[in-house]
Ligand binder design. Structure first.
Ligand code: DGT
Ligand code: CA
Length: 568
């Protein structure tokens, strides 16, 4: 499937054209085409084969030819030519928060800054603040941006890690020599970010497996190659470690390489206390191996109930396992609907109907279409008249699709003073109201906390979305007083969201667990902007599992008739 590749190429073109100061409409055309292609639910090659590329929104004759070229050759000459005109590092620099094409152009022309390394050096040297339109504050923001950019590079988001790992696992699984295969490490524990990818295989033919692994088409370099462990670097510079063990040690190795280190240390101590020895090959009594084939038997020998990977952080799971009070963790199948998503009515790339079709595919009982509110002009927020039209469309779709309930909602902006962007008489007409902060992230803890609390206190607000505002690699979370927010959310029966988007995943696992303990209801949403995004729900569920949540703790596991939305 080349949809993503084509969208990326078109986005790169738009950015380069902007750096070169080209015509706005030409730039916009590439951006729009990229968004349309990203939101297609079918493989673009189907359109090529049926000669229907022109039916895609924003694709004319010129772009059609370019798409055909990418599909048949995997690249585009036009982009290669464009790239020759500007330094490679300049395009990467656009990934630094705060650096848009205009700033990049200015920095390049005035200071000959060509990449992130030079950018950092010049900012430290205080050379940027004197440029026209810059200043000390901008220079400081650039340094903060570089920090965030670097952090984003050090660790992968959970979706990227999952995609890379399962692509490799799917290929290796086909080898007849492979008996068992699993991801291990932080990916198996579903941490929000992952440094490198660990994969474990059981087999008695390691040579064949290591040969196949190091020769995968995704592999750029082999860092190490042995019979028990090999490490490679993919073309995207992601490190993947593969370990092959024999079947009788598979459970022990899986336990060891899943970690976390803290969990492993505690396990070893428990073994020692019982006069046993534990390592990655098994549990031993003297010289005799008494467990090792499965994780279950390993835990059992230590008098423990099986502990799910997401809980293995030494944060109370041993005590709970001994006392048989481990949570019955929420599962993706428990989710009955998604209560936060956007459509083409605001800044989404798919129509409401496309969102509904995908939601039905996922087996949902209900969904809420929550486009942005009027003040958020940049995100296509809806005025009151548009809300009426949208409501009518939803009424029609509710008649057409009887097997899913479509809720008419909004993601209403909480302004810098804590007021909502629609008056109560408008909110009252909604089936559901999601409220969120979109600006003023640098206010004091007290003010941001107050803004969120006053949104909770509005009787029509059901959910506070992405409560900390963080975006991996581009924005730190803002400071809020969680104790106060949890109290207000509980007392006003307002749910707090785990946003499943891989760059957000907030509330995070730690805050979610505290919220649960404070008696707050949690909701897991995707905040989708195109139909495929709805599949991100599993990452939000992962956060919930790491936070020890059960089905009953989560609002959108309820059936529609039990979904008691506030103010209704
Ligand atoms: P990451 O890669 O930083 O996201 O996190 P992990 O947990 O995947 O860490 P990684 O890749 O260094 O190691 C994978 C697992 O191997 C880790 O979770 C536990 C185990 N492990 C690694 N080093 C040690 C160690 O020194 N002692 C013990 N007990 N376990 C270790
Ligand atoms: Ca790892």
């Amino acid at each position: 499937m080349k949809n993503k590749l084509i969208a990326e190429i078109f986005k790169d073109i738009a950015e380069i054209l902007e750096i070169k100061g080209e015509n706005f409409f030409k730039i916009r055309a590439y951006e729009k085409a990229a968004q349309s292609i990203e939101s297609l639910s079918d493989d673009i090659e189907i359109f090529v084969n049926r000669d229907t590329l022109k039916d895609i929104n924003g694709i004319g004759k010129d772009l059609e030819e370019k798409i055909r070229e990418i599909v048949s050759t995997g690249k585009l000459k036009y982009l290669e030519e464009l790239k020759k005109d500007i330094p490679e590092g300049l395009i990467e620099m656009l990934n630094v928060p705060g650096i848009g094409p205009k700033t990049a152009k200015l920095l390049y022309e005035k200071l000959d800054i060509q990449d992130v390394v030079m950018l950092e050096r010049m900012a430290h040297a205080g050379k940027i603040k004197d440029l026209p339109g810059m200043g000390k504050k901008t220079e400081e923001n650039i340094l903060t941006g570089i920090d965030l950019f670097k952090k984003g590079r050090e660790r992968l988001d959970l979706k990227t890690a999952t995609d890379v790992a399962y692509n490799i696992i799917t290929q290796l699984k086909k080898l007849k020599e492979v008996k068992n295969i699993n991801p291990a490490g932080s990916l198996r524990r579903m941490k929000e970010t992952v440094r490198d990818i660990d994969i474990l295989i059981s087999s008695n033919k390691p040579q064949e497996i290591m040969d196949a692994f190091t020769e995968l088409p995704e592999v750029k370099d082999t860092i190490a190659k042995g019979l028990t462990k090999s490490s490679v670097l993919t073309k995207d510079n992601i490190q993947v470690d593969l370990r092959v063990v024999d079947e009788l040690s598979y459970g022990a190795a899986l336990m060891y390489f899943t970690g976390s280190k803290e969990h492993n240390i505690k396990l070893r101590q428990l073994a020692i206390k019982r006069g046993l020895k534990l390592n990655e090959y098994g549990i031993f009594k003297g010289e005799k191996k008494i467990a090792g084939k499965t994780e279950e038997e390993m835990y059992k020998i230590l008098d423990l109930l099986y502990i799910e990977p997401e809980l293995r952080e030494d944060k109370g799971e041993f005590e709970a396992s001994l006392k048989d009070t481990l949570p019955d963790l929420i599962k993706i199948e428990d989710i009955k609907g998604d209560l936060h998503m956007h459509s083409t009515w605001s800044d989404g790339g798919s129509s409401i109907e496309e969102m509904i079709l995908k939601s039905r595919e996922l087996g949902y009982e209900y969904v809420a279409i929550t486009d942005h509110s009027q003040g958020l002009k940049i995100a296509g927020g809806l005025n009151v008249h548009e809300l009426d039209l949208k409501r009518k469309e939803i009424e029609k779709l509710n008649k057409k699709y009887k097997d899913i309930k479509i809720l008419f909602g909004t993601e209403v902006d909480i302004d810098s003073e804590g007021n909502l962007d629609y008056p109560d008489n408008v909110l009252r007409e909604m089936d559901i109201v999601v409220a969120a902060i979109h600006a003023g992230f640098k206010q004091s803890v007290a003010i941001i906390t107050k803004r969120i609390i006053s949104a909770c206190q509005n009787k029509y607000v059901n959910i506070i979305a992405h409560p900390t505002g963080r975006l991996w690699g581009s924005r730190n979370e803002y400071d809020i007083d969680f104790g106060e927010v949890f109290k207000a959310a509980r007392d006003t029966n307002t749910a707090l969201e785990i946003n499943s988007f891989p760059q957000r995943l907030d509330l995070n696992d730690i805050n979610t667990r505290m919220a649960k303990e404070a008696g707050v209801k949690i909701v897991i949403n995707t905040d989708s902007h195109i139909a495929q995004h709805l599949e991100m729900m599993k990452f939000g569920v992962a956060v919930a599992r790491r936070a020890w949540l059960e089905k009953k703790d989560v609002l959108n596991t309820m059936s529609f008739s039990n979904l008691k939305l506030k103010g209704k």
